[in-house]
Design a protein around this ligand. Sequence first.
Ligand code: CDP
Ligand code: MG
Length: 701
Amino acid sequence: MPSISRSPLKEQKIGNLNQGSKASNKSLDRKHWILQQRRSLPIASAERKLVDEVRKNDTMIIVGETGSGKTTQLPQYLFNAGFCRDGKVIGITQPRRVAAITVAKRVAEECDVQLGQKVGYAIRFEDATSGSTRIKYMTDGLLLREALLDPILSRYSVIIVDEAHERTVHTDVLLGLLKKVQGARLKQHKLDKPYANNVVKFDNECHSSNTKFSPLKLIIMSASLDAKGFSEYFGGAKAVYVQGRQYPVVILYTYNPEPDYVDATVITIFQIHLDDNPGDILAFLTGQEEIELVDMLVHERLKQLPEHSRNILTVPIYSSLPSDQQMNVFRPTPFNFRKVILATNIAETSVTIPGVKYVIDPGVVKSRYYNPVTGMESLIIMSISKAQALQRSGRAGREGPGKCFRLYPESEFWKLIDSTVPEIKRCSLSNVVLQLKALGFDDIIGFEFMDKPSRSAIKQSLQELYLLGALTDDCKLSDPVGIQMARFPLDPIYSKALILSREFRCLEEMLIVVAMLSVESIFYSPREKLEEARSAWKKFSSPDGDHLTLVTVFRAAIEYREKSRAATNKEKSIDKSLSRWCRDNFINNRSLKHALDVHSQIKVYLEQMDMSLSSCGDDVLQFRRCLTASFFLNAAEKQPDGSYRVKANGQNVQIHPSSVLFRAKPECIIFTELIQTNQIYVRSVSRAWMPELSKYYDAES
Ligand code: CDP
Ligand code: MG
């Protein structure tokens, strides 16, 4: 059995840091270390074989253990083998933004180039590429948007669909689209003449018409051993397996179900820290809020330990974490410290963090869930699948034997479903339908999905899009509303809200609302300071509801930032003072920063579409009218027992206690978020504007 120790390479790294060697030596050491690490990856010995196979096959499936080097190495192998000749690009899609960013940064470092040059990334609202980028990491959603402008993806010689086993809705749509694109490119190649619009059945204009078209190489990468489904979907495409390296992992279960897995996670972290050997801990949690809660609880309990046992370093990682903080998880653990990584399921397969020896798995994940009866989507915390549980425990055995603490009894494990249901079967399809329509696929029911969503779910989305004005009577994309809606990288209902708010002269306010709603939880409420937090939020609170409250918070933050800017021009000091403002006001600093970022990015789209910002000023009725007109599908009426009934589908919901309208309970509300715990709650709630609402529901009631 392999011995329990950190790899010698890692020790070498820690040693170097402690010796405080000169900068140039340090960077040489780092380069040397990275090179050695690359060579020792399981995929390294398969380089030639993989390149040969890609040359021979237009479509291929590569299956390999997480951490074997697929994402970081394969694009480099293909680049070195000449797949970027003629200025073509290798595109690698990821289901998650964090993975796209962190991997691109890592590969840029491995190639010893500046990020954004040869190696870059692009995600929604952020583009770190240039004309010289040849290895481009991006989210799968982003590549779908690129296809709107360039239907045969002519810049790419190779497209790697990574993490395909995750089967996100974007991945599934992308697979269907790429199949078509590949066919079109091959046809063009055989004709061997420049691309002409009439060859491919797409509506859009092609922006690069003078290049000769080589066939598109398509590589599907997956961490799950089941390559059959992908292979069949691509007409019997070849599957290649990359041998992984997996040390034994001891699995421990609880005797009884845990009533509070957050608490159980914290207790387990300390049990490991105090009783077990050195080695980093990876704990799987469901989202930003939970991660921040565990982080706080760990620090609180650390204070009760003797000084010499306080050597824990916590690092969070989740999708909306600002990109400057994402790389923190990859920093080497300081000497004698134990790193505790608090992660969402992003660390299951997308991102591999070295040094992990202990995994804590509460067995839950936050997922999108669509109720086909009500036509509403919500985020719910649900049990993971057996496949996910195995992936999670596998993270503990990458560098040596490890331990996985499953915070549930073994009998529960056997009750889990074998593998996760593809997202396309459990999410709202409005966005998918809108995108496919914009890509020129009119027959959605006939689209070749790997797993077909139900007919009724497709019909429901068509109906929703029709009600939002995105589709015409004969189910075509409407001009201009549908076309404009498809251009925004947002959920159709939010795009519609922005478009409508121009008419209502409150685009400025709606833009803030959309930006603030696109991040997880703006308000930060530590358990023990809840009252203090509530009184701090009072000054932002609007009697009209949560949406205008969010507008007030955003504007107060901007005002404060501008004041600091007047006092100093140092960005770092401005940043620091905004963080202080957030702390004083119990506002989540990370979420606010993210919202500021999203705000400025959507603004660029608005400018490109010639939509100028106008404010309704003090005329809040105008804003309420607009909110009602935009989200009329999310209107709910009060019932005698104080609960609410959603007008569109009769569902019974409650106002979430965090809403400013929780006590006021107005007769009729508009909500923009549905959360399902033991109850169904609506969060982000405002007073509806009845005269506007009656336009949509009069006939029915
Ligand atoms: O894609 P796959 O799971 O096969 O592996 P990968 O993401 O290419 O990772 C290969 C190795 O690079 C792993 O050992 C990671 O720990 C390391 N890596 C890293 O140190 N820093 C990053 N930002 C990304 C990867
Ligand atoms: Mg990978």
